[in-house]
Design a protein around this ligand. Structure first.
Ligand SMILES: [Zn+2]
Length: 112
C-alpha cells in the first residue's frame, strides 16, 4: 500500500526547505476576489496534488498608479507656481509705491 494513501502526500522540499508550488488561477467571485489553487509534486510519490486554495491579492491597477503619480506631479507644480506668484508679488510691491498699489487694487475691483 502506498504510504501517501495512509499519511497523505508530503510537501516537496529541497535541502529541507519548502519549494515553490504552482499557482493556477481559477475565478473572480461576485465581490471581486481572485481565487487560485496551489499545486505541488508530492515529495514521497511524485503525484501532483492540490496543496491549498488561496485568495490572490487584487491585481495591480496600472491606470490608478499612473493617476496617483500624475497627481503628485501636479501638486509639486502647484507648489512651485505658488512660490513664483509670491515672489512676483513681492517684486511688484517693491517696485511700486503704495499709491500705485492702491490704484491697481481699485482698477481690479472695478473690473469685477
Ligand atoms: Zn504522495
Amino acid at each position: 500500500m502506498n504510504m501517501c494513501t495512509i499519511l497523505g502526500h508530503r510537501l516537496p522540499t529541497y535541502c529541507g526547505e519548502p519549494v515553490y508550488g504552482q499557482v493556477k488561477p481559477r475565478a473572480v467571485d461576485g465581490i471581486g476576489r481572485h481565487h487560485a489553487d496551489v499545486y505541488a509534486d508530492c515529495d514521497r510519490c511524485g503525484t501532483r496534488y492540490l496543496v491549498v486554495k488561496i485568495h490572490l491579492p487584487p491585481p495591480v491597477d496600472e491606470a490608478a498608479i499612473q493617476l496617483r503619480n500624475r497627481n503628485k506631479e501636479l501638486e509639486r507644480e502647484l507648489v512651485e507656481t505658488e512660490k513664483t506668484v509670491a515672489a512676483l508679488h513681492t517684486l511688484l510691491q517693491k517696485s511700486m509705491g503704495h499709491k500705485d498699489e492702491l490704484k491697481i487694487e481699485a482698477a481690479l475691483e472695478s473690473g469685477r
